[in-house]
Design a protein around this ligand. Structure first.
Ligand SMILES: NC(=O)c1ccc[n+]([C@@H]2O[C@H](COP(=O)([O-])OP(=O)(O)OC[C@H]3O[C@@H](n4cnc5c(N)ncnc54)[C@H](OP(=O)(O)O)[C@@H]3O)[C@@H](O)[C@H]2O)c1
Length: 314
């Protein structure tokens, strides 16, 4: 099979397209022919080597942790998937393997692909969708009628969080570039604030929930945006995170960091919203496998809206 392979850590630009042996599924796995996979910041962050303590990788490494595709072989006939099933999936980022034509994927990481989606949209759903849902619903316990501030609302996670906030009955404010305001209002943002116009934590508004999907709000500053008893969920802990946890608790709320996981009930929840036309994955651009380095560069550069996708058979 063809795959985008990194031979050693240092830079994501060293990724090369090469021939690798086809993977063979073992018990608990199925073989998936990958149609599309998404680009996530964690892929190029791991490639730099700076995350090797949290996300150790075995070299050579094929990045790519969420994808869409079809089952082409099963290790056991007893499992939940059959040959020909369309699936989406999310594996741990350091396991990777998504930027390849085939993956032996654990069935616990897979879910049926929502029929209303095409391969590209479906590939962008798992990691961003589960992160957004588990931040707002599982950790953030967003309630009907509550307000939520979404920092990084134009990103992969943010675009989905904005829509999920409304599906859960909340009212969402978005922090993003002003150029994205029209599209963010289309997704339901009540207001859009440009992060380049000054620190968002200096604003006079207060929220029941702050979700830092961009991972740029220092903990103590993000807490300033909360009503008493408010919750602050972030995608990455800032250096002041431990102290922020104490301060949040003293103010009757809490501060948590999300660690997205492939929970079957959450996959179902996302799929039902997609089928109801209440959740979509905006795709900024689709690249062929041969241009994966360029796809990652675009993600690092920012300025997009939604997900960047790598398509295997372009
Ligand atoms: N803990 C977990 O389980 C988990 C899961 C998924 C993702 N993550 C992390 O969550 C973060 C976002 O992931 P993603 O997939 O959404 O990335 P993404 O698609 O690259 O989006 C990041 C967004 O953040 C925005 N941004 C950059 N600087 C900002 C600032 N100072 N203030 C407000 N927004 C700013 C970017 O806007 P511009 O385009 O204007 O630069 C972009 O829209 C990444 O750090 C990722 O590693 C964590």
């Amino acid at each position: 099979m063809r795959a985008a392979v990194l031979e050693r850590l240092g830079t994501a630009d060293a990724l090369r397209i090469s021939e690798r042996p086809d993977p063979v599924p073992v018990a608990g796995e199925v073989l998936v022919r990958i149609r599309a996979a998404s680009v996530n910041p964690v892929d190029w962050k791991i490639a730099t080597g700076k995350l090797k303590l949290i996300f150790p990788v075995v070299m050579p490494w094929i990045p790519g942790c969420d994808f869409s595709g079809e089952v082409v072989a099963v290790a056991s006939k007893e499992g939940p998937f059959r040959v020909g099933d369309r699936v989406i999936g999310m594996v741990p980022p350091n396991r990777g393997g998504g930027w390849a034509e085939l993956m032996a994927a654990p069935v616990s990481c897979l879910a049926p692909m929502p029929p209303a989606m095409d391969w590209e949209e479906a590939a962008g759903l798992p990691l961003a969708g589960l992160t957004a849902l588990q931040s707002l619903r599982t950790l953030g316990r967003l309630q009907e009628g509550e307000s939520v501030l979404i920092n990084g609302a134009a990103g992969g996670v943010g675009c989905l969080a904005l829509q999920l906030a409304q599906a859960l009955g909340g009212r969402a404010w978005a922090v993003a570039r002003a150029e994205q305001a029209d599209r963010l209002h289309d997704l339901g943002a009540a207001e859009v604030w440009d992060y380049r116009e000054g620190p968002v934590w200096r604003r006079p508004e207060f929220f029941h929930l702050v979700f830092d999907a961009a991972a740029t709000l220092p903990a103590l500053r993000g807490l300033r945006l909360l009503v008493r008893g408010g919750r602050f969920i972030t995608t990455l802990p800032s250096p002041t995170y431990p102290f922020g946890k104490i301060v949040a608790r003293l103010r009757g709320g809490y501060l948590r960091v999300v660690r997205a996981a492939p929970v079957a009930e959450d996959f179902d929840f996302l799929a039902r919203l997609v089928e109801a036309g209440r959740l979509r994955v905006p795709v900024e651009r689709v690249y062929p496998l041969e241009e994966t380095v360029e796809a990652q560069r675009q993600n690092r550069a920012g300025g997009g809206f939604g997900k960047i996708i790598v398509r295997m058979d372009c």
